[in-house]
Design a binder for this molecule. Structure first.
Ligand code: TXA
Ligand code: MG
Length: 325
C-alpha cells in the first residue's frame, strides 16, 4: 500500500528509481514519473489503465526549463506562460526530440504546465528532468482532489503519495493550442476562458469532438462515477425516489434524505463549487443510491468547465432533464 506523506526527498528517491508517485497540484492530483524515461512513463499508462493514444501533460517549474524541451513558444503562448504560470493552464507547444513519443502519443506537440503547489514546485525544482503526470485516477473515472482519493484507487500500485492537502482549484487545467490562426481551447478547466481572452484576444473553444479527439479529455464519456449520473437544469428538482443522491449548487432538494445530498456552495460561489465538485461526486458514488442527479451550474466562468465535466460524466448523452422545456 502506498505511503502517504510530505517528504519531498523520499518522493524524489522513488522517482529517481523510475517509480511512479502521486503528487498534489492546485487542479487535481497527478500520477508522476520522469518524463524523459520511457519505462517510467510506460508505468503511468499501466497503473492508470490508460490507452497509449492519450498523451500526458509534462510538468516543470520554470519557463527556462520549458525551453529545453519545446522548439518554439508563440507570442500568445509566452504571454500566457508569463502571466498565468504557475497555474491551471496547459499549453500545447511543438516538442523537441528530448520528449519521448510515448509521452505525446506520437503527436508533434507536447502539453506543458507549471503547477501552482508549493510541495510539487519544490520537488520539480530539485529534479533535473520534468514530470509527466496525468490525473491520478483510473482512466475514465473522476479525478482525485485529495491524497486519500489517490490511495483509495491506486494505492496498491504505487509506493508513495505526496500529500499537499485538498486541491484548491479542483478542476483539471484548461488546455490551449496555437496551431490555428486563432488560439484554440481543447479542454475547459481551472482557468476561465474570459481571463485568457483578456490577455491574448479571442480564442476558439473546441471541446466537443467525439471522434478522433485531439484531447481524449474531450471524449464525450469521461470523468464519470460508477453510478448513473443524470443532469438537471438549474431550478428543476429530481423525480422522487428512495435511493436518489443529489448534487446541488446552492441548496438541497425537498423530499430526499439529507444524507444523500451534497451542496457545492451555499453562498453560490463558483470557485468554492469547483473545489468541492469531484470530492462530492466521489462521496455520492459510494452511497447506497441507485442514481445521482446533478444540477447544472450557471454557464459562466468556472461554471462552464463544471458543466462540461458533468455532461461527460452523465448518462445517456449529456442532455438534462427538462432540456426541451
Ligand atoms: O490539471 C491537470 O491538467 C492535471 C494535473 C495533474 O496537472 N492533469 C491532467 O492530465 O488532467 P490528464 O492526463 O488527465 O489530462 C490531460 C489531457 C488529456 O485529455 C490529453 O489528451 C491532453 O491533455 N493532451 C496531452 N497532450 C496533448 C497534446 N499534445 N495535444 C492535445 N491534447 C493533449
Ligand atoms: Mg484525467
Amino acid at each position: 500500500m502506498a505511503q502517504i506523506g510530505t517528504d519531498i526527498h523520499l518522493a524524489k528517491t522513488y522517482l529517481e528509481a523510475g517509480n511512479v508517485v502521486g503528487i498534489p497540484t492546485e487542479t487535481v492530483y497527478g500520477l508522476a514519473a520522469n518524463a524523459l524515461n520511457p519505462d517510467a512513463v510506460l508505468t503511468i499508462f499501466k497503473v492508470k489503465n490508460r490507452p497509449s493514444f492519450d498523451p500526458l501533460i509534462v510538468h516543470t517549474d520554470s519557463i527556462l526549463k520549458v525551453e529545453q524541451f519545446v522548439s518554439a513558444i508563440p507570442d500568445a503562448a509566452r504571454i500566457l506562460a508569463e502571466t498565468c504560470w504557475p497555474g491551471p493552464l496547459t499549453l500545447l507547444l511543438p516538442k523537441r526530440d528530448l520528449i519521448p513519443d510515448l509521452v505525446t502519443s506520437g503527436l508533434s506537440t507536447v502539453a506543458v504546465r507549471i503547477p501552482n503547489h508549493p510541495l510539487t514546485l519544490a520537488l520539480l525544482r530539485s529534479l533535473p528532468y520534468p514530470l509527466a503526470a496525468p490525473s491520478a485516477n483510473p482512466f475514465g473515472y473522476i479525478s482525485p482532489t485529495t491524497a486519500q482519493h489517490v490511495a483509495d484507487q491506486l494505492g496498491d500500485q504505487i509506493p508513495y503519495i505526496l500529500d499537499g492537502g485538498p486541491a484548491l482549484v479542483g478542476l483539471e487545467s484548461t488546455i490551449i493550442g496555437f496551431e490555428n490562426p486563432i488560439p484554440t481551447i481543447y479542454r475547459l478547466g481551472g482557468m476561465d476562458p474570459a481571463q485568457i481572452e483578456r490577455l491574448i484576444g479571442p480564442v476558439d473553444i473546441r471541446t466537443h469532438s467525439t471522434s478522433n479527439p485531439q484531447a481524449p479529455g474531450m471524449l464525450s464519456s469521461h470523468y464519470a462515477p460508477r453510478k448513473p449520473l443524470r443532469l438537471l437544469r438549474p431550478g428543476f428538482s429530481p423525480p422522487p425516489g428512495e435511493r436518489t443522491g443529489t448534487l446541488a449548487f446552492r441548496q438541497s432538494f425537498g423530499g430526499i434524505t439529507e444524507h444523500h445530498q451534497r451542496v457545492l456552495s451555499p453562498t453560490g460561489d463558483l470557485a468554492e463549487a469547483a473545489k468541492n465538485l469531484f470530492a462530492y461526486l466521489r462521496a455520492l458514488d459510494t452511497l447506497d443510491v441507485n442514481v445521482i442527479y446533478a444540477e447544472l451550474l450557471p454557464s459562466e466562468g468556472l461554471g462552464q468547465a463544471m458543466n462540461d465535466r458533468l455532461r461527460r460524466a452523465s448518462v445517456p448523452d449529456g442532455s438534462a432533464i427538462n432540456d426541451s422545456q
